[in-house]
Design a protein around this ligand. Structure first.
Ligand SMILES: [Zn+2]
Length: 222
C-alpha cells in the first residue's frame, strides 16, 4: 500500500476502534453507588443497656441508605489486649447479637486478629471489651472486618444477572481505581442498591461518596 494511504487507513481504523465500546464495558455501566463505612458497632439490647443504663434507647443522628438503619449519637470505646480505640460509632437499631466492625489496620492497634466476614457470620470471630458511660461488656465474639458487598433488591439482581449469595468482581474507575474481587451480593426486598466498602478499601481505590462502580461478573452460588 502507498505510504500516504497506509497512514490514512491507520487513522480511520483508530477512529473506528475508539468509537467501539471496550469488551469489558459491555457487562454494564458504572451505576452502582458506593457507601463507605468507618469502624462501627451494632449492639444487642442487653449490651446496650449494660453500657448505657437500663431501658436506654439510642438517639438517631442520621438515616443510612439501607431502610431502617441509622447512625447514632452514641459512641463507645473498644479495647483489645494491646490498645483501645475511642469514639466508635453505634449504628441502630439494636440487633440480636453485638457485632463490632473494625478496619484491618485496627487489628494492630487493638492486638486482635479479625477476619473479613459478612455481617452476622460471627461464629469463631474474636471478642473485645466495649466500654460505655455506664458499664462495660466483654464480648466473647463478634469482631469482624466487613467483607465488601452489594445490597440490592431481587429485581436489581435480575437486571445485573446475579442472585443473593453470589460473589462478583467489581470495577472502579477512579484515579487509584482497579478491580476488586470477592464482593458478595446481598439481595432482598428491603435493600437499597449500594456497594459497601470500608474506609481502607475506599482510600486504596480513591472511592468517595459520589463514586459509582460496576459489576464485572463472578461466580454463582448454587
Ligand atoms: Zn452493607
Amino acid at each position: 500500500m502507498d505510504q500516504k494511504y497506509e497512514a490514512i487507513y491507520k487513522l480511520v481504523l483508530e477512529a473506528l476502534q475508539a468509537g467501539q465500546p471496550k469488551k469489558e464495558e459491555d457487562a454494564g455501566t458504572f451505576e452502582i453507588p458506593v457507601g463507605i463505612s468507618n469502624r462501627h458497632l451494632h449492639l444487642s439490647q442487653e449490651d446496650l443497656e449494660t453500657l448505657f443504663g437500663a431501658g436506654y434507647s439510642l438517639s438517631k443522628v442520621k438515616d443510612l441508605s439501607q431502610p431502617g438503619q441509622y447512625a447514632c449519637e452514641e459512641t463507645v470505646t473498644i479495647r483489645g489486649p494491646k490498645g483501645e480505640i475511642e469514639n466508635v460509632r453505634i449504628l441502630g437499631p439494636p440487633r440480636d447479637s453485638t457485632q463490632v466492625e473494625i478496619l484491618a489496620g485496627d487489628c494492630f492497634k487493638l492486638g486482635i486478629k479479625a477476619f473479613a466476614r459478612l455481617s452476622g457470620e460471627l461464629a469463631g470471630t474474636p471478642g473485645i471489651a466495649i466500654i460505655g458511660p455506664k458499664g462495660r461488656v466483654q464480648a466473647k465474639e463478634g469482631v469482624i472486618i466487613a467483607q465488601r458487598h452489594i445490597h440490592m433488591t431481587p429485581d436489581d439482581g435480575k437486571r445485573f444477572g446475579v442472585r443473593d449469595g453470589d460473589v462478583v468482581s467489581i470495577e472502579i474507575d477512579e484515579l487509584r481505581g482497579g478491580i476488586l474481587k470477592n464482593v458478595a451480593i446481598r439481595a432482598n426486598k428491603a435493600s437499597a442498591l449500594e456497594c459497601h466498602v470500608d474506609a481502607e478499601e475506599a482510600n486504596a481505590m480513591s472511592l468517595n461518596s459520589l463514586s459509582k462502580i460496576k459489576i464485572l461478573g463472578g461466580k454463582r452460588n448454587g
